[in-house]
Design a protein around this ligand. Sequence first.
Ligand code: ZN
Length: 147
Amino acid sequence: MDLDSLYQEVILDHYKRPLNKKLEPNPTVQVHHVNTSCGDEVTLNLHTDGRVVAKISWEGVGCSISQASHSVMSDLLKGKSVEEALGLVDEFQKMLQSKGIDAGNEEHLQDGVAFAGVAKFPARVKCALLGWMAFKDALQQSIAKKR
Ligand code: ZN
């Protein structure tokens, strides 16, 4: 495994100083997701009015890839419209499932493109996707709630 490309500086930075890693009270929806293949766990609190993602906060344990990815996700998707946020989750997921072919659109995914290299390590893809899938689940639950 090429650790240099896997643990890029951006990932290490987010791992050491994770953003939004403190659960905000009274969320619209709270979800808990687990990646059993690695042992990563995340609890995610979503605050939304159904149109805009107001706040994403989280607590979790796990490997540096998962922790850094939660941090990037929570920072990138906060303040986005619901449609925009879901589009970005899909883009991130496509990049990670491309086996390294899709380098990601930096303009859209910003720090998220640092995880493009993870796509070459199938065992770690779930680590990087965990928080994003938790967010998507929470958002879909929040939309269902409003109906
Ligand atoms: Zn992991």
